[in-house]
Design a protein around this ligand. Sequence first.
Ligand code: DX5
Ligand code: ZN
Length: 217
Amino acid sequence: MKPLIAPSILSADFANLQRDVEMLNKSEADWIHVDIMDGVFVPNISFGFPVVKAIKKHAKKPLDVHLMIANPDNFLKEFKEAGADNLSVHYEGCTHLHRTIHAIRDLGMKAGVAINPHTPVNVLQDIISEIDLVILMSVNPGFGGQKFIESTFQKVKYLRQLIRTKKSKTKIEVDGGVDLKNAPVLVEEGADVLVAGNTVFGSKNPSETIALLKSSK
Ligand code: DX5
Ligand code: ZN
C-alpha cells in the first residue's frame, strides 16, 4: 500500500504561503501537516489561528493539525473552527487523554495521539481502538530539519503489532526527519502516513519529492 504523504507547512516559505499551499494542492500530497508550538510544551513557537485559517482558505486537502501545546483542551473548538480535519494531541501533555480524544471526535474531527521518542508504544494499548491515528515522533518535537531517531523503526513495528492485536484501524504516522532513504523502510515496517518538512520544502522540486515519497516501498 502506498503511504499517505503529509508535507509539513512549518518548512514552507511563510512569505509565500498561498503559493506553497497551491503547490501542495497540485501535488500528490494527501494531507497538509500543520505544527502548532507554544513555547511551553516545546522550546519553540510556530504560529496560531490566523495562520491556520489562512492555510485553510487555500488548501484543497485535509489539514492534519499537530498540537505541541500545554492545555490543548482549552483550544479544541478553536482549532475545529480554524479548519482542522485531523487534530492530534500529545500523550505527554494530556492528563485526561480519553476525555480529550472524545471531545475532538465530538467536534467532528479525526483524533490523533502523538508520542515523544522516549514514550513507549504500549502506553497506548487501552486507547488505541478509540483513536484514528498515532503520531510517532521520530525527533524531539519543536523544530523542523532534525535528524531521524533510528529506534523509531522498531516502534513502528511494535505499534503495527498492537494495532493488529486490537483489530483497530488506527493509522500510524511518522513525524520528524523523514527522508527518501528511511521512507521505504518505514513503509515496510507498517507506517501509513509520512510527514516531511525539510525533505520536501528543502528540495529543488518539492512536488517531485512528494511523488518520490509517495512511491516509497
Ligand atoms: C517537529 C514537527 C514536525 C516537523 C517535521 O516538532 O512536529 O512535524 O515539522 O519536519 P522535518 O520533516 O523537517 O523533520
Ligand atoms: Zn508535526
